[in-house]
Design a protein around this ligand. Structure first.
Ligand code: AHR
Length: 521
């Protein structure tokens, strides 16, 4: 089968042999051709595609990011040092907070001022945990400053007022006036910059159970009073659809497109919303291939939302922001119900690389994506237990892909076999992304075949390229994961399976692995 991975579409050009039908002794082969003649220097991969999401949910904030100044866990002003360093190494471009469903029950005034005076509340969405509000606006914005990332606020529409949201924006961004005075009294003289403002979250569900028509009207009203103070320029984001809810996108675009910069989309790689979602660590090969198919389905979903948006917005002025995505498995046995704590195997790493490849080739419409979530919740970057921290396989994919941030997009023509998986989807064996920056080219390649390596040929089209090294992420078993107190089973290692010969980059990708290769051009 031949597929052409262009900027916003995959063109199936010819049918070929499915894996199962191939000769057992024939090495699997694929060709990945960089389309240098189609590179446009103005088409870059927005760094925000590699965005993060931190919700007041389980131990994402408390224990994961924040331990407080008095904690025995080594910390800087309350932020745990190990996680801080791990996140700095990832170049986190943007972080969404405080939810998620939590956002529509959050009252920001509870989270400012002296900690001992902050009221407690019950986090009704997530396990009924008592929230003491010790992590609030100042703690979030100061964390973003430490990480040098853009803050993305999710405002409360479901249970909050227009005035409350308007004043939050003023508190954060105004230089003078009553809200700025309050902020200064709480220790922050200068305003912060706030670009990304979400007006509600999942407003069709936990964010208020709105109809699309009612939410479109509410969105128009709430966003009106979120002002630009002192040169701050808000990028307003309407709460968008989940998965296949195309009607939501249609109504929002019809009624509110002139008042938004972005419309969100949530898509989880989840076996279903009722009953067991399956174990994060115990699964069959068949489950694995189904997972690859389900995560790739996001490409069809993006295409359909995009085409609806294009009816109203042919020049793609309104962005689609996938501000929640990732795997959702059963909670780990013995952990607190409702805290969504799950392990993270090599399978999750491959979901990450395939999904990022999809986002990278749709950035004409998709300008941001935020994996759920940054720590200890769903498909996280890090897991923590007391003073210990584990870097997940997904973390390592984000690390290997970080050079794509803000780099010039290089379209690829990918010819690879496919496998028909449960659910009926054809999953390509090889997935890839490529980008150029400062005379270097960064290529990331994934082989989803659990048993066979793939010999990939990458024609360099007369470009005089030099190999600068490579890395590989794989493990003995697809179910392998990193655990506390044990040597890492899934980690980045140097990769020496790439060679350039007569203008061809040949890469031998081992089974179930992600590779990154750096070339100087
Ligand atoms: O990420 C967990 C939850 O998933 C979020 O709170 C909500 O927006 C979504 O349903």
């Amino acid at each position: 089968m031949k597929t052409t991975h262009k900027r916003a579409s995959i063109y199936v050009l010819a049918a070929g042999l499915a894996c199962g039908a191939m000769n057992a002794w024939a090495a699997e082969k694929a060709t990945v051709t960089p389309l240098f003649d189609q590179v446009s220097e103005s088409v870059t991969i927005p760094a925000e595609i590699y965005g993060q999401f931190a919700e007041h949910l389980g131990s994402c904030i408390y224990g994961g990011l924040w331990v407080g100044e008095d904690s025995p866990v080594p910390n800087t002003n309350g932020y745990r040092n190990d996680v801080l360093q791990a996140l700095k190494d990832l170049n986190v471009p943007v972080m969404r907070w405080p939810g998620g469903c939590f956002a529509d029950e959050y009252h920001w005034t509870d989270g400012i001022g002296p900690k001992e005076n902050r009221p407690v509340m019950v986090n009704t969405n997530w396990g009924g945990t008592v929230e003491d509000n010790s992590f609030g606006t100042h703690e979030f914005f100061n964390l973003c400053e430490l990480l040098e990332c853009e803050p993305y606020l999710s405002g409360n529409v479901g249970s909050g007022t227009v005035e409350e949201l308007a004043k939050w924006v003023e508190y954060i961004t105004a230089e003078d006036g009553p809200m700025a005075k309050k902020r200064k009294e709480n220790g922050r003289e200068k305003p912060w910059k706030l670009k990304y403002l979400g007006v509600g979250n999942e407003s069709w569900g936990c964010g208020g159970n709105f109809t699309p028509e009612a939410y479109a009207d509410a969105y128009r009203r709430y966003q009106t009073y979120c002002r630009n103070f002192n040169g701050n320029n808000l990028y307003k984001i309407a709460s968008g659809a989940s998965d296949y809810d195309y009607k939501w996108t249609d109504v929002l675009m019809k009624k509110a497109r002139n008042h938004m910069k972005g419309l969100s989309l949530h898509y989880y790689t989840v076996p279903g919303w009722t009953g067991s979602k399956g174990s994060a660590t115990k699964f069959s090969d068949d489950d694995f291939y189904w997972t690859m198919g389900k995560c790739l389905e996001i490409e069809d979903v993006i295409n359909r939302h995009d085409s609806i948006m294009t009816v109203y917005d042919p020049n793609k002025k309104v962005a689609l922001l996938v501000d929640e995505w990732g795997t959702w498995w059963d909670e780990e046995p013995g952990t607190t119900p409702g805290h969504l704590y799950q392990q993270n195997t090599l399978r999750d790493a491959l979901v990450a690389s395939l999904s990022l490849d999809v986002f990278n080739r749709h950035t004409d419409r998709v300008k941001m994506a935020n994996i759920a979530q940054i720590a200890n919740v769903l498909q996280s970057m890090v897991l923590t237990k007391g003073d210990q921290m584990v870097l997940t396989p997904t973390y390592y994919v984000f690390k290997m892909y970080a050079p794509h941030q803000n780099a010039t997009f290089v379209p690829l023509d990918i010819q690879t076999s496919t496998r028909k998986v449960r659910g009926g989807r054809e999953v390509p064996t090889v997935s890839a992304s490529a980008s150029k920056k400062d005379g270097n080219m960064h290529i990331t390649l994934t082989n989803v075949d659990l048993n066979n390596p793939v010999e990939v040929s990458i024609p360099l089209d007369g470009v005089n390229a030099k190999l600068n090294g490579g890395e590989i992420l794989t493990a003995k078993a697809i179910t392998d994961y990193n655990d506390f107190g044990q040597a890492e089973k899934v980690t980045i290692r140097p990769f020496d399976g790439a060679k350039i010969k007569k203008g061809m980059l040949n890469v031998n990708i081992p089974a179930k692995s992600v590779i990154s290769i750096d070339l100087s051009l």
